[in-house]
Design a protein around this ligand. Structure first.
Ligand code: IMP
Length: 493
């Protein structure tokens, strides 16, 4: 295997591309879990400040510190692990308790290297009632439940639209005023809370406004010096020629407006969410880097046109075969046997899905559920490109196709007898009706796990990437070949 190149070398080679951008927004192309954390970590060296503009504790971004310690963040931008100034923008859903837990964990790891972290004063503030509302709405949906991450993201996004949400800055107004704000929310949903109690949907007592105020105000002093108008702060940073990275969470398919509604999360995870969720005008947001997972995955419910196997079976597979994910021996044996069968052309799409689920350890970082795996989906990538307008693509987990004779790729969608034009989708509720048009693309025999240079890639892998780039119509800048920082190829333009 070629020697891994150092991060300094990577920066040197990316300098002509990323070095000239003052602001870049990193977004996901699929349904989350694209490995945005790794890409953000790789490019973070070019930036001074990192901002989250959407999502909340439902996200799970994994990065390594300079000392090689793994850090998983949910609310705090991952740039903090590299000692960058971090901002939780107005578009992020804020849970004070989870934030403090996460900050404690990061402080223990980073110690004196911890840089300032700021929270927007108007970000929606979690209360225990948000959690109850999420349980309620999911239970009313019955079989059509969204399969949320249980972080109350829907209520956190919805209550400001009803104009009854407390916000972070309310923690620092007079207590009676804060209690009044909480009471408005509590009273608005009291009949629902009472019904939940009567029907046994919740066992514990419903907390009253005074008790919720005690709980939150008791912690508020720990963030007092971190709460600011982040739009003002960020605009000053730009004037001072600082470089800002906007760290996307979730992805195009989970965006509440442009995703597969109603099976979406509740934030604006596409690039247009960056100006809205940070207070920096669109004209000052430079390039978008769209992270696409070679084999996209989905957890929870909702349409997924290129899905290989049935969702529930795929989600349960990881739970039913934990040893394949936890025992290195069992995993190795399973993968070797499965690959042999694939090479002999003896497998269907269910077995392919199982192979990739185990190979990629496709289990949710926040929920631990198995992720269902899909084929490369060109029409979806064309759609995500239209919505996000990326300047480049970062393609993650490309090594997973190593050793396969070929892989089906979705080239188009057929909907009610018609082939849809590039990037055209039916309404989200009709998306489950589309028939993917598959074409087999040749792979390559060499294992490219951990590769870090374009020159060393086998010709088969290069041909694959060139073809994909041409079909999607956006240059591929980075190609992930493994979890290590060094396992990334820069594709020449
Ligand atoms: P919520 O964001 O918890 O409301 O969940 C809504 C849907 O988005 C569910 O299907 C979740 O599984 C999915 N989801 C939310 N965040 C992520 C993520 O970071 N990765 C993958 N799926 C996610």
């Amino acid at each position: 295997m070629p020697l891994a190149k150092s991060l300094t070398d990577l920066y040197r080679r990316l300098q002509p591309t990323l070095g000239s951008e003052q602001t870049v927004v990193v977004v996901g192309a699929n349904w989350g879990d694209e490995g945005k954390g790794k890409i953000i970590d790789l490019v973070m060296g070019f930036f001074d400040v990192v901002v989250r503009f959407s999502g909340g504790a439902n996200a799970g971004h994994t990065v390594m510190t300079d000392e090689g310690v793994k850090v998983v963040t949910h609310l705090i931008p991952t740039g903090l692990a590299q000692g960058k100034v971090s901002v939780l923008g107005r578009g992020e859903f804020f849970n004070l308790e989870l934030f403090l837990e996460e900050l404690k964990m990061i402080t223990q790891i980073l110690g004196a290297k911890l840089a300032p972290v700021y929270i927007d004063q108007m970000a929606p503030l979690w209360t225990p009632w948000h959690g109850l509302l999420e349980i309620w709405f999911e239970s009313v949906r019955g079989n059509s439940r969204i399969g949320t991450t249980n972080k109350a993201i829907g209520p956190l996004a919805a209550l400001p639209k009803f104009r009854i949400s407390p916000v972070v800055g309310d923690l620092f107004i007079d207590r009676p005023e804060f209690v009044a704000a909480l009471t408005l929310l509590y009273q608005s949903f009291l009949p629902i809370f009472e019904a939940m109690k009567t029907t046994g949907l919740v066992a514990a007592e419903i907390p009253a406004p005074e008790a919720v105020a005690d709980r939150l105000l008791g912690l508020a002093k720990e963030i007092k010096d971190k709460v600011i108008d982040t739009s003002y702060f960020l605009s000053r940073q730009l004037v001072e020629k600082k470089k800002i990275l906007f760290e996307g969470a979730q992805a195009a398919g989970l965006d509440s407006t442009w995703g597969t509604y109603p099976y979406v999360s509740s934030g604006n995870s596409v690039a247009a969410g960056a100006p809205l969720g940070s207070g920096i005008p669109p004209s000052q947001i430079g390039a978008a880097l769209m992270v696409a997972k070679t084999l996209p995955t989905r957890v929870g419910s909702g349409p997924f046109p290129s899905e290989m196997w049935e969702r529930t079976a795929a989600q349960n597979f990881a739970k039913e075969h934990p040893e394949l994910f936890t025992s290195a021996e069992a995993k190795k044996e399973f993968l070797a046997a499965a690959l042999e069968k694939i090479k002999q052309g003896q497998v269907g799409h269910a077995e392919l899905s199982q192979y990739f689920q185990v190979l990629g350890d496709e289990r949710g970082a926040t929920t631990g559920r198995g992720r269902s795996v899909g084929f490369i989906d060109i029409p979806w990538l064309q759609y995500a490109t239209r919505i996000n307008g990326p300047k480049w693509i970062a393609l993650t987990r490309f090594d997973m196709l190593s050793g396969l004779p070929s892989i089906p790729v979705v080239m188009g969608y057929k909907f009610r007898g018609q082939i849809l034009a590039a990037g055209q989708l039916p309404s989200a509720r009709q998306l489950s009706e589309v028939e993917p048009i598959l074409e087999a693309w040749a792979c390559w025999p060499e294992n490219i796990y951990g590769y870090s240079s374009w020159e060393d890639l086998p010709q088969g892998a290069k041909d694959f990437l060139n073809k994909l780039e041409e079909k999607v119509g956006v240059p591929i800048l980075l190609v992930g070949t493994g979890p290590e920082r060094s396992a990334v190829v820069i594709k020449p333009s």
